[in-house]
Design a protein around this ligand. Structure first.
Ligand code: ADP
Ligand code: MG
Length: 229
């Protein structure tokens, strides 16, 4: 069976004003379809960097990433972009919603590959599930941060991707809405996708909990996992 996500000895540094900051030193993991995996780590530990590299959005210095058996960084940038559009859903920490589009239009942005009527019905269903049916015509500027986050989640799920990467998707949410989002992601995993969620919130737990520390990924020590929400 192909792993939904396989990361092999990944390394990534940033370079700024002559200084090198090694963020990922040697990160490896294998995540099967149907798994809900949480990556813990304090702010600045490299969680967003890891998800960007895993999602084909940031070229690593070393190592390999494959999604559903396809090696992302041996593809051309165009192939990778197309592949991502079909198989990867990304919930960005800063949402990246398009300001002049409505909630519904934002959720529909990845639909180029899907016939429009089916996509629209699915978008409406997703929006309703996250409690935003009453906001469907709103623009992002007319929403709270937590509502934007829920729109970003719907957009990431629209094309039913095999891999969902969610970067602090509950960062702006109260406990009730955080639980709704987590339930939603868990359900997506139950239907066969792999879901990887990065968070600094120790209350969020998955089927497996990993911790990013010192540029490496290890199982989260049980003592560091809080009461689940
Ligand atoms: P996290 O998501 O765990 O908070 P990030 O992956 O965003 O961590 O960042 C890890 C480290 O890399 C931080 O110290 C951050 O300041 C630095 N960093 C992130 N992006 C860049 C960039 N584009 N250029 C330089 N440094 C960066
Ligand atoms: Mg981050």
């Amino acid at each position: 069976m192909n792993m939904a996500l396989e990361i092999d000895r990944l390394a990534k540094s940033y370079h700024r004003s002559g200084e090198r900051l090694a963020v990922l030193r040697e990160v490896s993991c294998r995540i099967e379809p149907g798994r809900f995996v949480v990556i813990h780590g304090p702010s600045g530990s490299g969680k967003s960097t890891l998800l960007l590299v895993a999602g084909g959005l940031l070229q690593p210095d070393n190592g390999a990433v494959s999604v559903a058996g396809h090696d992302l960084y041996t593809m051309s940038p165009e192939q990778r972009c197309r592949f991502r559009g079909r198989h990867v859903g990304f919930v960005f920490q800063r949402f990246h919603l398009i300001p002049y589009l409505s909630v519904l239009e934002n959720v529909l942005t990845p639909t180029l590959a899907i016939p429009a009527p089916a996509a629209r019905a699915r978008a409406e269903r997703l929006i309703e599930k996250v409690g935003l049916a009453g906001r469907i015509e709103h623009r992002p500027a007319e929403l709270s941060a937590g509502e934007c986050q829920r729109v970003a989640l719907c957009r990431a799920m629209l094309h039913n991707p095999a891999l969902v990467l969610a970067d602090e998707p509950t960062g702006n949410l109260d406990e009730h809405h955080a639980a709704v989002i987590i339930a939603h992601l868990r359900e997506h995993a139950r239907r066969g996708a792999a879901v990887v969620l990065a968070t600094h919130d120790s209350r969020i737990t998955g089927d497996a909990s990993l911790r990013l520390s010192g540029g490496r990924l290890e199982p989260t020590p049980a003592a560091m996992i809080g009461t689940a929400i």
